[in-house]
Design a protein around this ligand. Structure first.
Ligand SMILES: [Zn+2]
Ligand SMILES: [Zn+2]
Length: 366
């Protein structure tokens, strides 16, 4: 099976995060047909191990995500989704096809040092992130992982163009929920009630003051269900915290708790703060990223990218092992990802395979 056929099958049969049962069975079969053994990981993921030459305890890990999104497809493609309300609208079918093609080539050529792992990872789009489940199974125990390599399609880059950002690349994302509670009452009788709404407003203003280029905290939802003359017992707020550094992230958690406590002390309210932890920051190893960027510029075109405030569960790998996460151009005509019309250029698959093979071999050899 060619990588394009592989991609089209996945595209026509998308499955939601952590429900990639048919997807995993298809990947296992396609690999087996190429003579590549695999095993399941994280229930609906697939793990491949290829042995090269030399010290087999040194390992390079290649990762692709495989889950789709709850979107009804409107691309008009021949390989459009056959699963109602589900679509590969983030290009993970492309990522899986690139990894499939890369593993086929590495398996056939066997001209690399050490061990190469291929991870078809489930559940990137949804907490707790399939990456955390993969790592919880310790699949690389006993190996020295020298690099984890992954990429994501990008319609901001032309086909044949790859994007790189050494160091801090993508943000952590934590969901924030606040419940500011107090005695509600008549708006005109402040001595008999607490200022729950004003307390909530103070929390927002104080938290906004924390924002800088390393941390972004935004509240997107407020519910204060009172009336013109009724102050409610409770005000709820929801928002997001994004940071580029795990230390900044932990500091921000402390600041959030401190702000709530100081507002409570001033207004006599009781604020419950709930921080639902999302993915950690994606940190690109500088040396690895420079190697990747140099190779890309020799083979195709390389572009330096700014950090992004979106999140990726690849962050789990990058917090544990030297890692590089890059962007693979699929052309502006692809449109925006996470929309019903997203249609990346399949020409990027061959680019992705050439690049991933070359990068895997280069870092395995270092
Ligand atoms: Zn996505
Ligand atoms: Zn994605």
């Amino acid at each position: 099976m060619t990588p394009i056929q592989f991609r089209r099958h996945l595209h026509a049969h998308p499955e939601l995060s952590f429900r990639e049962h048919e997807t995993a069975a298809f990947i296992e079969k396609a690999l087996a047909d190429e003579g590549i053994p695999s095993r399941r990981i994280a229930e609906t993921g697939v793990l491949v191990r290829l042995e090269g030459r030399g010290d087999l305890r040194r390992a390079t890990v290649l990762r692709a995500d495989i889950d789709a999104l709850p979107i009804t497809e409107h691309t008009g493609l021949d390989c459009s989704s056959l699963n109602a309300g589900v679509m590969h609208a983030c290009g993970h079918d492309m990522h899986a096809a690139v990894l499939f093609g890369t593993l086929c080539r590495l398996n056939a050529e066997r001209d690399f040092d050490g061990t190469v792992f291929g991870v078809f990872q489930p559940g990137e789009e949804c907490n707790p992130g399939g990456a955390s489940k993969v790592l919880a199974e310790n699949p690389f125990e006993g190996y020295e992982v020298t690099a984890v390599i992954g990429g994501h399609v990008d319609s901001g880059l032309e086909t044949g163009e790859l994007g790189f950002c050494p160091g801090e690349f993508m943000a952590s994302n934590d969901e924030l929920r606040f419940h500011v509670r107090g005695r509600g009452g008549h708006a005109a009788m402040p001595e008999t009630r607490d200022d729950t709404v004003t307390a909530a407003a103070h929390i927002i203003t104080m938290l906004n003051a924390v924002n800088d280029d390393k941390a972004l905290l935004a509240i997107g939802r407020i519910t204060a269900n009172g009336a013109t003359n009724v102050i409610p017992d409770e005000v709820s707020m929801e928002g997001t915290l994004r940071t580029f550094d795990e230390r900044v992230r932990r500091t921000a958690w402390k600041i959030i708790g401190g702000v709530a406590a100081s507002v409570d002390a001033k207004f006599g309210t009781r604020t419950e703060v709930d921080i639902d932890r999302g993915y950690p920051c994606v940190r690109n190893d500088e040396a690895l990223t420079e190697t990747a960027e140099r190779l890309a510029s020799e083979m195709f075109r390389a572009r330096r990218l700014a950090p992004r405030r979106t999140a990726e569960d690849f962050g789990y790998y990058s917090q544990r092992y030297p890692s590089v996460f890059y962007r693979l151009g699929v052309g502006a005509a692809a449109g925006r990802s996470h929309t019903s019309s997203f249609a990346p250029d399949e020409g990027a698959i061959a680019v992705g395979i050439d690049f991933m093979c070359r990068l895997a071999k280069a870092v395995a050899h270092q």
